[in-house]
Design a protein around this ligand. Structure first.
Ligand SMILES: [Zn+2]
Length: 302
């Protein structure tokens, strides 16, 4: 029997072909998912840098910024610190020939909630002299991990949730520990029982593991061009520095090491060595179900 394998008149096959062709044309343009743009303290802004042949170099607050190719243009993906003042800010841009330019952008105000937390362990609120020494050492190691810069072929900017648990609206909240003001909360807390397996949210390389005073057992994954994710308070670390991990791979387990009131994952996302809201990188369905205010904020306005 002769099959109508190549018969263009066969309507179903013609449709399959058309869809396959459309996919081929469409994929290279949209393969790169972008984070939600939210130009607020602790948010992310996307700035068009033109269509030059060579990649421009961008810096914000003296730190190198991710620049990616999107639809034939260069796009800066800028992390805005929680401490940024609302108003105009400047992105420094050098083209491939070293010609200096700058792009102004506006950071809008955002109101974050205030949290009052009571800790039984007073040293976690007012560390002693020995603790302070350790905290300074920790800070050096943590900064080194967060400032990692690598240049993989493609950076994956769409992150999966590292665990399934109860997402708390905690990023950016101003915090008082035993009534004393402390730095705002720079990650996302996801409550889950001790032992819950933590997965890599995208491909990357482990660039640090350690046990620190506040964050307990901690893992850092470098995803490229200044995107580094951090996993804290773990009961177990299953990876080692230098190890390549794939999206979905097990890296450790939820615990309650460091400064905690119960078992949870503190998940932080750093862009240009700046902590930003991890929810901006999560899939739409998770944002819709858990961060409805973000969904409203970042919907395109017509
Ligand atoms: Zn936390």
């Amino acid at each position: 029997m002769r099959l109508a394998k190549t018969d263009p008149r066969h309507p179903f096959r013609a449709l399959v072909r058309a869809v396959a062709l459309a996919l081929l044309l469409w994929l290279p343009l949209t393969a790169l998912a972008l984070p939600r743009a939210e130009p607020v303290p602790g948010g992310v802004t996307l700035i068009d840098l033109g269509d030059a042949a060579a990649r421009p170099h961008a810096r914000f607050n003296g730190r190198q910024v991710m620049v990616i190719r999107q639809d034939g243009r260069w796009l800066a993906v800028v992390g805005i610190p929680l401490s940024a003042k609302p108003g105009r800010h400047r992105l420094r841009v050098d083209d491939a020939n070293g010609k200096r330019n700058s792009q102004l952008f506006t950071v809008h105000d955002k109101h974050y909630r205030t949290q009052y937390i009571t800790l039984k362990n007073k040293r976690m609120v007012t560390p002693n002299a020995e603790d302070l020494k350790r905290i300074r050492r920790d800070h050096v190691a943590i900064s080194a991990a967060l400032s990692h810069w690598s240049t993989p072929k493609q950076v994956e900017l769409n992150l999966d949730a590292p665990i399934h648990g109860r997402f708390e609206q905690s990023f950016g909240s101003r915090r008082f520990f035993n009534k004393q003001p402390r730095k705002p909360h720079s990650g996302m807390d996801i409550a889950a029982p001790t032992g819950t397996v933590v997965h890599a949210p995208a491909d990357g390389t482990v660039v640090g593991t350690g046990n620190y005073f506040f964050t307990g057992n901690t893992i850092f994954i470098d995803h490229g061009r200044g995107l580094v994710t951090m996993y804290c308070h773990l009961s177990r670390i299953d990876v080692h520095p230098g190890q390549k991990v794939s999206r979905g791979e097990t890296i450790g387990a939820v615990g309650m090491t460091g400064r905690v009131t119960g078992p949870h994952l503190h998940w932080a996302v750093s862009l240009n060595h700046t902590m930003v809201d991890p929810a901006l990188f999560l899939p739409d369905d998770i944002v819709r179900a858990n961060f409805p205010s973000l969904e409203r904020d970042t919907k395109p306005k017509h």
